[in-house]
Design a protein around this ligand. Sequence first.
Ligand code: FES
Ligand code: FES
Length: 170
Amino acid sequence: MTAPAHDISLVVNGEHVRERVDARTTLVDFLRDTLELTGSHVGCEHGVCGACTVRVNGTVVRGCLMLAVQCDGMRVETIEGVADTGEIADLEQAFIARNALQCGFCTPGMLLTAQALLSSTSMPSRADIRAHLAGNYCRCTGYQAIVDAIEAVAATRASVKAAAGEDAPK
Ligand code: FES
Ligand code: FES
């Protein structure tokens, strides 16, 4: 039996997209297979590993747990779009500098999850970082270097903000 199809209209990485999708198509499959945005990965497909992490209306979500039809009218951002804006350039550099990635399978999800943390908490502790990343699995690194990279970026961003505050006109 053919699954029912739906027309959806959404904004992906700043571009308006209109597509017809099967009701059962997950967001991450839609992004990868229809839009060819393959930076979001598919691991467990059960909401456990975080490889499929994307942002929907600014909130980090599991792309394997949302259906594409649920994103009708919404704003979706993938690692490609977020990286293109330069928003996470410092995180990307820190991951490279500290060898916080090996195979890279988890990295897009890690970066988006780390950015969500640093957007809400300016100086998270290492325990905070580990707790926030608890839903993102990495099979390669042992996490230490990932926590190091995020901690370093948090410190740099905090000092840049502090300097900007001091330099701001009174
Ligand atoms: S593939 Fe979505 S959480 Fe693992
Ligand atoms: S770098 Fe390989 S899974 Fe994290």
